[in-house]
Design a protein around this ligand. Structure first.
Ligand code: ZN
Ligand code: ZN
Length: 237
């Protein structure tokens, strides 16, 4: 019997999968049945207001921000960026999951994160699980922490058999300072082109067609850093 390896990537927000786990996703798509699961709706980003404030930004200097989106439309647009980015990394359409039971942005609790992870483990009990680290400095986003802690708990209970945590590259220096004893290793991107295309999905600016480059507006410097230094950081539980 041929056993196909399965891998589940859990992303707190639209863009975390690419910024913090993109190289790993690209690598795993090649060798396993790889799923990416989005765990919040990303609706609370300040960028919703920024897109409607009449100002401009360094990104598209000839245009002003005059785009008023409801929270749910904003969230839908972010979902499209997420899906396009996953597709660019080679994830099959059916393996890109906008979880129905996802949390509102900023409200992902450890219990909710457990529920979501368990739901996917039910279908894929032997899958390797990847998500963002629960260990970080004071600046950690609570949605990230909740997801990491839920995964760690499930690992300790034996429900996750193989777990890896990804450190957000933009927080790596801070992480090392606060967690000097956690052994972190680096993953280099083997297919830079795919990673760049995945990042581009968050940079699409075409308001007439509903593309607002929300990911890029919200964390431009994180995208720019990853572009110039395509390294990601992993540790074991
Ligand atoms: Zn995030
Ligand atoms: Zn702008």
């Amino acid at each position: 019997m041929i056993v196909i390896e399965e891998t589940l990537f859990f992303s707190p927000h639209q863009d975390d999968e690419t910024l913090s786990m993109g190289s790993a996703i690209i690598e795993h798509v090649e060798k396993s049945d790889t799923h990416v699961i989005l765990c919040t709706d990303g609706s609370k980003s300040i960028i919703r207001k920024v897109l409607d404030d009449g100002g401009s930004c360094s990104y598209h200097i000839k245009d002003v921000h005059k785009y008023s989106l409801s929270e749910s439309d904003f969230s839908k647009n972010r979902d499209e960026e997420f899906k396009d980015s996953c597709k660019a990394m080679g994830v099959k359409e059916n393996n890109i999951h906008i979880e129905n039971n996802r949390a509102h942005d900023g409200e992902l609790s450890k219990d909710k994160a457990r529920e979501i992870i368990l739901k996917y483990l039910e279908k894929h009990p032997d899958a390797k699980v990847k998500t963002v680290t629960p260990y970080k400095a004071l600046g950690i986003h609570e949605d990230h922490r909740a997801l990491g802690e839920a995964a760690l708990e499930l690992y300790k209970e034996g429900k996750i058999k193989d777990l890896r945590f990804y450190v957000e590259p933009y927080d790596y220096n801070d992480f090392k300072k606060v967690n000097p004893n956690v052994r972190v290793w680096k993953v280099l991107s083997s297919q830079e082109e795919k990673l760049l295309n995945a990042m581009d999905a968050y940079k699409k600016w075409n308001p007439e067609n509903g593309n607002y480059a929300i990911g890029y507006h919200s964390v431009k410097s994180h995208f720019d850093e990853l572009k110039s230094n395509k390294i990601q950081y992993v540790h074991a539980p």
